[in-house]
Design a protein around this ligand. Structure first.
Ligand code: ZN
Length: 317
């Protein structure tokens, strides 16, 4: 549904504006289809509505990807995230704010402003770039190989230089390329990434709490006599609640995975592609003196949870 950030070719302004407009249309399309669930299936249980919302999201994502390829238009993943945050904020201001306490209002508005600030900061942060491959192909020029080799000798394997397959860029302590934040995640911005991810989880949780209060209030109003306006705002609120819960589920899962990575000092790319990196391999001879041997995984960077977490905390330099 969304396009990956390409570091090799910085987009020009007209192209960038075009991608942002496509992302805005995608956000409006996603939120409109989410609205259909409480509109047509309000009698079903909340869990079933949640499942329908998830199915709707997947359908829209596939259909949008297909249309995008057909029309040959590109979108921007960070712009999609930005407009989604903005949409939720607008729904909050329009409907939910009136029933929230002053403290909740201050908290939620502050969180959204911090999120937007964090998103911008992440977009332009340095993940720990070393050099990048200017050629359009996947092949690494000989000069760059020499440069990386020399660098490895200078700084040692501890720097864990890996190549981002999207940006064709070498990044210290590379974890993964995050399309949603439009950047590689590496040694220098891993802490910022975790803080931002936690910020998203906290904001979504606050929003869901506010929405629960709002739903209860509008339920009371509805009891006095159904009003079209209340009905509409309640459905919009309910659809953004379903969307937020789905976001929260995958964000918590993603955050938990990264907590595991930090505790055991392994990066996502290393965990998936450990067979590419010799330091993660250990050859074990099979029993009974047979000639065959098998390759097993071992993590040479794991120094115990406490030390690993300590290293992570000082990694942002
Ligand atoms: Zn990248």
């Amino acid at each position: 549904m969304v396009e990956l950030h390409d570091r090799k070719k910085p987009a020009k302004w007209p192209d960038l504006i075009g991608r942002c407009i496509v992302s805005l249309i995608l956000v409006l399309l996603t939120q409109s289809t989410q609205f259909l669930v409480p509109h047509f299936f309000s009698d079903l249980s909340f869990f079933i509505q949640l499942l329908l919302s998830a199915m709707m999201l997947l359908t829209v994502a596939s259909a949008a990807g297909w249309c995008r390829r057909l029309l040959r238009v590109r979108s921007s993943a960070p712009a999609f995230v930005f407009f989604s945050v903005l949409f939720v904020w607008l729904v909050y201001i329009a409907f939910v704010r009136q029933d929230a306490s002053l403290l909740m209002n201050l908290l939620f508005n502050g969180q959204i402003i911090l999120l937007i600030f964090g998103l911008c900061r992440m977009l332009f942060s340095d993940p720990g770039l070393v050099s990048h491959n200017p050629s359009p192909s996947d092949a690494i020029p000989q000069s760059l190989v020499l440069e990386i080799d020399t660098h490895h000798q200078d700084i040692g394997l501890g720097d864990r230089l890996r190549c981002c397959p999207i940006c064709k860029t070498y990044v210290k302590g590379f974890d993964h390329h995050c399309p949603a934040f439009g950047n590689c995640i590496g040694h220098k911005n891993y802490v910022l990434f975790m803080v931002l991810l936690f910020g998203f989880i906290w904001t979504e949780a606050t929003y869901i709490t506010c929405l629960s209060q709002y739903s209860a209030e509008s339920e009371l109003l509805d009891g006095d006599g159904a009003r079209l306006e209340v009905n509409f705002s309640r459905k919009v609120a309910r659809s953004t609640m379903l969307f937020s819960i789905l976001q929260l589920v995958w964000q918590v899962a993603f955050f938990s995975w990264h907590v595991y990575c930090i505790c055991f000092n392994i990066r996502t790319d290393e965990w998936i592609h450990w067979k590419r990196y010799p330091e993660f391999q250990i050859v074990v001879q099979s029993e009974q003196g047979q000639r065959s041997s098998e390759m097993k995984f071992r993590n040479p960077y794991d120094k115990g949870i406490l030390q690993n977490v300590k290293e992570f905390m000082v990694s942002k330099q």
